[in-house]
Design a protein around this ligand. Structure first.
Ligand code: DON
Length: 567
């Protein structure tokens, strides 16, 4: 049954009408310089990593080669999220239009179980899934990079890792933003580790040199011995020893058994755009597609980005998609996900049945839906397009800033605290306020549900956009808004990335907004409808590339040191 209320709300099908985006709003939005390239481009969280990747392609390497080089470079120059000790997801589209997604998400160690973080009374022990050796999943990043390289790489692994080894050994100068982050987290880093050789005692300032000899040695082992240089031998032993030191449960067998998985992408359509997204255990692809489908028939192009109707509509769709996420999504190797039901057009129409034009829903009244069962049919993101037309979209993470903040002694890298992405107990929120149930309970060898949303978009059969973001639960909605800013609101790539963002995730029942996102009049109107607000300094940090008129336009998020580099 279709909700007439909803149809009426969306009844002005002027989607393709020309809209003059308000100049004032453009001026109000944050902006940095638009970077344009005509052959290849990398947009990542750190200028050095972007340059390393661009140089690999300038020398003839492809986007997958650049991905490996950028990933290892970020592990050195962006240690709060770039990593050897974490995991992530890759969405790629080769020049001939084939799509491949690789799941290199961390896995729960074999000794993990559903009560891991509960006390005898069955209550969650605060901090256990976040701040301890027990919070680390078995790292997947190195396996992911090596598998993608094996399949698509053209440059030797040693040549791709060499720049990172040098950066780690010779050192790099930190930025203002990195100095501030180190000052903020230094106390915890010192409390949790006896010795991080490069952490100093004085206040950090921009321009300080960071040299990581241990990390250079770990990288060298990977360059020389490949998979065995990390998952076996000295580095593996260092991880196991570190885990034991803090009553962790990662064993040599866990490392030996780690393997990433090639999965079928989530593919959907929004108007003339084909969206290629990451399937579970990421919730990103499904949730993004659900939200897009719920809003597709509404003329938000006509309403504009800062209109109460646009925001109310998107928030209500987000509320419903995140409610579904809480119940239906988890690791598909352990839980039967009603993927096709969740993306079914009739199901998504029915999700908006209780949409009210003038009033915010109350999240406690919105239950996760019952999709039809159908027959089968501090994270960081980087986007790369090469001179051959291949595209790679990778989001990778340690979860929190510096993950568990536990440094593998002698190996030079941090362990993730990804186990917090599991549902420690049904109904109890994780660090992003996300709630889960049976689908995402801890089980040995299972992958924890993620919000990471590396995405590639096609238009008329050609590559159109590559994008993704960090930001925990806000990743999905950050990707959504940047996509809509370009496709509906006619913004350029950089402008779309810089524009202010808002976010709703069902529970807690409020709209999170960056400062100055809505003016007081718009906020007043939305409040009258029953929406509540909470300020956030930043929502997401999107790095994206738009392909237009045979040129590549970079969108590097000014919320960080993010940089586009191309030629
Ligand atoms: O996989 C996830 O959804 C989270 N572990 C991502 C964490 C994140 O984005 C933190 N960075 N801002």
């Amino acid at each position: 049954m279709i909700n007439v209320n909803f149809l009426l709300y969306c009844s002005n099908f002027f989607k393709r009408a020309v809209v003059i985006t308000s100049l004032l709003l453009m001026v109000l939005s944050l902006r940095s310089q638009q970077i344009v390239a005509d052959s290849a481009m990398v947009v990542s969280a750190h200028p050095i990593a972007s340059k390393v990747g661009a140089q690999i392609m300038r020398n003839g390497g492809n986007a997958f080669d650049a991905m490996v080089a950028v990933h290892f470079a970020l592990a050195v120059v962006y240690p709060r999220a770039g990593n050897l000790g974490g995991g992530g997801f890759m969405v790629s589209r080769t020049a001939n239009g084939n799509m491949y997604t690789l799941d290199f998400r961390e896995k729960a160690p074999a000794a993990a179980h559903a009560e891991l973080y509960l006390d005898k009374q069955g209550n969650v022990i605060e901090g256990l899934s976040l701040n301890t050796h027990l919070s680390a999943g078995v790292p997947g990043s190195v396996d992911g990079m090596l598998r993608a390289h094996e399949r698509f790489g053209t440059v030797s692994l040693a040549d791709l890792i060499q720049p990172s080894i040098e950066l780690a050994r010779v050192g790099f100068y930190i930025s203002q933003d990195q100095a501030a982050t180190l000052n903020r987290y230094e106390k915890e880093l010192k409390e949790r580790n006896e010795n991080i050789p490069w952490i100093k005692d004085e206040i950090w300032k921009s321009g300080d040199l960071v040299q990581q000899e241990d990390l250079a040695n770990s990288l060298t082992k990977i360059a020389e011995r490949g998979w065995s240089g990390f998952y076996r031998g000295e580095t593996a032993q260092q991880i196991v020893d570190e885990s034991k030191r803090g009553n962790g449960i990662i064993t040599a067998e866990d490392l030996e058994n780690y393997s990433s998985v090639w999965r079928e992408p989530i593919v959907g359509y929004y108007d003339e755009y084909k969206i290629i997204g990451m399937p579970p255990p990421s919730s990103g692809g499904i949730a993004l597609m659900q939200i897009l489908k719920m809003i597709e028939d509404c003329p938000i192009h006509k309403w504009g980005p800062d209109n109460k109707k646009t925001i109310h509509l998107i928030v209500e769709a987000e509320r419903r998609a995140y409610a579904d996420r809480s119940k239906h999504l988890g690791d598909p190797d352990f839980y039967d996900i009603p993927e096709f039901g969740l993306l079914n057009t009739y199901y998504l129409e029915s999700r908006m049945n209780d949409f009210e034009r003038k009033r915010a829903s109350i999240s406690n009244d919105i239950e996760p839906g019952n999709p039809p069962v159908l027959e089968s049919v501090e994270t960081t993101h980087y986007s790369i397009v090469d001179q051959f037309g291949n595209a790679v979209s990778v989001t990778t993470t340690l979860n929190g800033h510096f993950g568990s903040k536990i440094y593998v002694d002698g190996a030079g890298f941090f362990l993730n605290n990804e186990m917090d992405d599991f549902s420690s107990k049904p109904g109890v929120p994780n660090m992003f306020g996300l709630i889960g149930g049976e689908a995402n309970l801890i089980e040995a060898g299972k992958r924890m549900l993620s919000s990471m949303t590396p995405t590639i978009v096609e238009k008329d059969g050609s590559l159109f956009m590559v994008l993704g973001s960090p930001g925990g639960s806000t990743i999905i909605t950050s990707v959504l808004q940047v996509f809509l800013n370009v496709t509906e609101h006619e913004m350029g790539m950089q402008e779309a990335v810089s524009a202010k963002r808002f976010h709703h995730q069902w529970l807690p029942d409020k709209i999170f907004v960056e400062e100055n996102t809505f003016d007081s009049k718009l906020k007043g109107k939305l409040s009258k409808m029953g929406h509540e607000f909470e300020m956030r300094r930043f929502i997401g940090k999107v790095d994206a590339i738009l392909v237009k008129d045979k040129l590549l336009y970079g969108g590097a998020d000014p919320r960080g040191d993010d940089t586009a580099s191309g030629f």
